[in-house]
Design a binder for this molecule. Sequence first.
Ligand code: ADP
Ligand code: MG
Length: 768
Amino acid sequence: LVARTEEIQKKRSQLPIFSEEMNIVEAINDNLVTIVCGETGSGKTTQIPQFLYEAGYASDGQMIGITEPRRVAAVSMAERVGEELNRPDIVSYQIRYEGNRSEKTKILFMTDGVLLKELETDMMLNKYSAIIIDEAHERSMYSDVLLGMLSRIVPLRQKSAKPLRLVVMSATLRLDDFTHPRLFLTPPKVLKVDARQFPVTVHFERHTPTDYMAAAFRKVCSIHEKLPKGAILVFVTGQREVQQLVNKLTRRYEMKFEETKLGEKLIVGGKKWKQKKKEETKDFTLEKFKDEIEREEMKIDGKDLDEKGLVEDMWSDCEEDEEEQDLEENLGVSSLGPPPSGCEPLYCLPLYSLLSTEKQKRVFEKPPEGVRLCVVSTNVAETSLTIPGVKYVIDCGFEKRRLYDPVTGVSKFAICRTSQASADQRAGRAGRVSAGHAYRLFSSAVFQDLPKFAEPEIVTKPVDQLVLNLKAINIVKVVNFPFPTPPSAESVEKAEERLLKLGALERTTKNGKTEARINSLGRSLSAFPLAPEYAKMLVMANQHGLLPYVILLIAALSVREPLIPVSSVRGETSEETKAKMTSLLVQRKQWCGKGVSRRLGDVKVLMQALHNCDRQNNSQKACETNFTRPTAAKEARRLRQQLTNLVNGLCKPSQQVLLDPQMDEPTDSQSNLIRQILVACLCNRIAKRVNPSSCTEEVPKGAYHCQHLEQNGKQQMRTVCGVDAEWLPRLAESFCSFSEQNQDDQPEYDAQRDEIVRPVDCWFGPRK
Ligand code: ADP
Ligand code: MG
């Protein structure tokens, strides 16, 4: 039935899971719930769906569904399995906004949120004969919820003609989380797949270095220059760090790619070592400015794009960075001296979730002869993707995490220490082909202090959308749901409060008990795979014929730092700086418009800037003249398209909207409506920026002091760090810097202090 190529068949037969096929299929046949544990790379994700397919699970018009916590895994694994089966037509993927599912689909890879959504229309998941929850140990919010749901659905389906099988796949670590009786009443069958694992020697630093990027760079150099053959895998925290390190390494161990007649790439190792001239010391203000840019860039980089669903390579058009030079200093390149003669080239590849599937594939290919492979990766290589041939692992000991303030729902990205489990998982990547070495760029004392496991997502994130989704499938008492780890009662309560305020829930009293139940607005909102407040913006926009504007606005508010802040604009001289800043301010003031439309303030500026760029294909030039970040502009464009598709998929044909590149400016009455929509939907996130001198607390540098406005008139003071808090300050800045200012309150640039002097006391919201 299945005609695999010889090459694929050979590769499969080398996987540890291959010889377990019979046992696995038997266990799944005989048990309602089976847990399969195995090291990353043992073949769980690619093989188990094929085992089930060949065992006839998709023969009865039903499908085999596999959920992934990450989009990148859903897309790339669907492609890989299609290729292995030699039937790309029957293996599909479905992620938040897109997919290639068809009538023919037999194996469907999807993100966990997608399957949860399906439960609303198909409570018993009758389309599926088996559901595989992959990477369950990652404890993503939706995979946790799915486990809770499925623990109840599976016994119910048992009574029907077509039972449902559940397979939970996990790394060995957190088994107890899934076997306690609160979740599965009958204990699930547990299977362990032993991966061939060679011993890995773990090396700690005697002292934890202050700069892990510099330490990582030096470690790669010393391994490459001194130690025997074997690929190197480096873990850093984000896309930007990956690219920085790859750039540095590529520059040190230069490699030339030549096109041959056949179009193949031939590699010539050419090691040129150029002594870099030390830059003359720059004046103080410029240094400070560079610092600032660095911080700005960090903000953009921090974005968790997986969540936004953009699986594209944002670095393909990445320019050489201005601060490269500084970085070179920081990485201590000059102290290293030239690489030894006869040192072989280093074939350095980046890996992160946004990298195009095409480029991700390069890590699976055999590296060219006579070079050493070095992959610099974010934690996608920790579990989802496996790189063959790794002998050395370098672990910076950090990862990027999104941290939430459960009260305001404001999030920020922070670089945090990993858990011990992650560190062990990372180290384990070194022992797949032979005995390996893991270099941890921190001391063993630091390791001892790490938490054993990372906390499950559900206890660290606001649960608004989750609560709404659960209520939409008639789970009223969210706290009673069989979560593997329940969210705190407080965070559920806060989420309910916010949803009540949004109008998505209503309080009803039954038999003396008050409950918050979903209403019809809530049901409409839960149909969108979006945060409830954005969904409400779309619903309201639809009622007023404002969809194209509001879609643009949501896209603009969803990307990180689209506008270049006035304070980051600099020229060569202070005159030039002043001129540039002035032109930016004049431009933005003009976009603010006059009269009523002015009340949209920086929201209008945001929309206008991105729309202008979009109209000119987001070219470098267009972004420059509109003081917009190119990566953000391009991303906003993709989100706009995705949201447009999404809305069109949900609307009646007569209400379809177009992504109109020639969209007119909103009229006064439209501006007023957009403003009202914003206030109604983002009621939890509106803030007033206040003068720091009127505050009792100390305001940290780069922070805004915001007065948080509650809809019921109560006010709450909060200090929000402008450097990394994502939402509040941006809105605060948006609404405050232009909207309600006096026409003649021209913001000014004070050259002496090298900063913008502008009024800070202004309001967004109804004036008293
Ligand atoms: P697990 O889910 O147990 O971590 P996988 O099924 O993802 O393991 O991977 C099994 C093997 O298949 C790995 O060794 C990996 O290198 C290989 N593999 C996965 N995806 C691809 C791909 N796109 N191209 C080539 N090899 C791949
Ligand atoms: Mg896997």
